[in-house]
Design a protein around this ligand. Structure first.
Ligand SMILES: Nc1ncnc2c1ncn2[C@@H]1O[C@H](COP(=O)(O)OP(=O)(O)OP(=O)(O)O)[C@@H](O)[C@H]1O
Length: 320
């Protein structure tokens, strides 16, 4: 199967405008390489995504970028600080929302936020004002006396975001922030992220959802700790090394197996009544070429999606 590396480059900002810059960032655990020589250049104020399957190194990368975990090799600069050496001075400037809900289930919304305010050394007046502001902003007013453990998934995410941003961090790390929320709450959550970005906060978000990755200004596709491609979603879709053809008709399961035998077919995946086929760029006229194998079936060349980019970048191994 053909593996094409789509390598749109994104690093156009001068170094001073980069919130994150890494060179060959690597982390091993014993013999296993979790993050493999990762180069990142993330402009200040942007929303940058790590897209990849479970175990591809997203959380390990974030832990190194927050200064919580030391790299085995490589250079890391976050907000102008060298990590892990200057992790202590970085801490007040970053917010971190981990995969697991990290607040106290048996404290109310109000108590949780007050507690976080105390940790950050807010005096009582300033704390009260900031907590009220966040409760209004994240629409938690009706729930402020409710125990965090009894909130819905969407409310918990909003509370976690309020807590992670209480101290006005310049940089926000979100590790799979919406894996427990429905699409509507995810959309609302992202509106809040765009507000934060608009106000200058740089956001790094890890996800395995394509729709979430598509909202990022730019993203890196990770596989086995390696960056397979990076760029804005548009750049990635335009420079993808394959062409997308949808095939209709009967017996698509059988057709899929036949098509996958051809070396120029990167992947074939069924979407309802159509088969979405990725043909590599070595084929000049993909419709005519594919028609040889598909006979009289309707064929249509369509625009690539981010999922197609992901499939091509990872050699088609994650979608069957
Ligand atoms: N403390 C550790 N000790 C040993 N191996 C680890 C450790 N932390 C992570 N790994 C391994 O490193 C690899 C990358 O893990 P990581 O958690 O960064 O992936 P991920 O992309 O965030 O996946 P997930 O979404 O499932 O958390 C995995 O193979 C994982 O088992």
């Amino acid at each position: 199967m053909t593996t094409t590396r789509s390598a749109a480059t994104y690093a156009t900002a001068p170094a001073a405008d980069l919130a994150i810059e890494t060179h060959q960032m690597t982390r091993t655990f014993g013999d296993a390489v979790a993050v493999d020589h990762l180069d990142l250049s993330i402009p200040t104020g942007s929303i940058y995504g790590f897209l990849g399957p479970n175990g591809c190194g997203k959380s390990t990368s974030i832990r190194m970028l927050t200064g919580l975990l030391s790299p085995t090799e490589g250079d890391i600069q976050v907000l102008g600080r060298q990590l892990p050496q200057q992790a202590e001075s970085l801490r007040p400037h970053i917010g971190y929302m981990t995969q697991k809900f990290s607040l106290y289930d048996n404290l109310s919304v109000l108590e949780n936020l007050n507690f976080v305010g105390e940790i950050y050394g807010f005096g009582s007046r300033r704390r009260r004002a900031r907590v009220s502001e966040l409760i209004a902003l994240y629409e938690l007013n009706a729930h402020k006396k409710q125990m965090a453990g009894s909130l819905s998934g969407g409310q918990r995410q909003r509370l976690a975001l309020a807590a992670a941003t209480l101290h006005y961090p310049d940089m926000l790390f979100l590790d799979e922030p919406t894996s427990a929320v429905d699409p509507e709450n995810r959309r609302e959550f992202w509106e809040h992220l765009f507000d934060l970005s608009h106000n200058g906060t740089t956001i790094l978000v890890s996800t395995h959802y394509m729709d979430e990755a598509e909202r990022c200004h730019a993203l890196a596709i990770l596989e086995h700790g390696v960056k397979r491609a990076d760029g804005s979603p548009q750049q990635l879709m335009q420079t993808m090394g394959a062409q997308v053809i949808e095939v209709g008709g009967e017996d698509l399961r059988e057709l899929k197996q036949q098509l996958l035998q051809h070396k120029h077919i990167v992947s074939a995946a069924q979407l309802g009544t159509r088969l979405r086929v990725l043909v590599d760029n070595d084929v000049d006229a993909p419709l005519q070429w594919l028609a040889q194998w598909t006979g009289q079936r309707p064929l249509e060349q369509v625009r690539p999606s981010l999922e197609d980019v992901f499939v091509v970048a990872t050699g088609g191994r994650h979608v069957g």
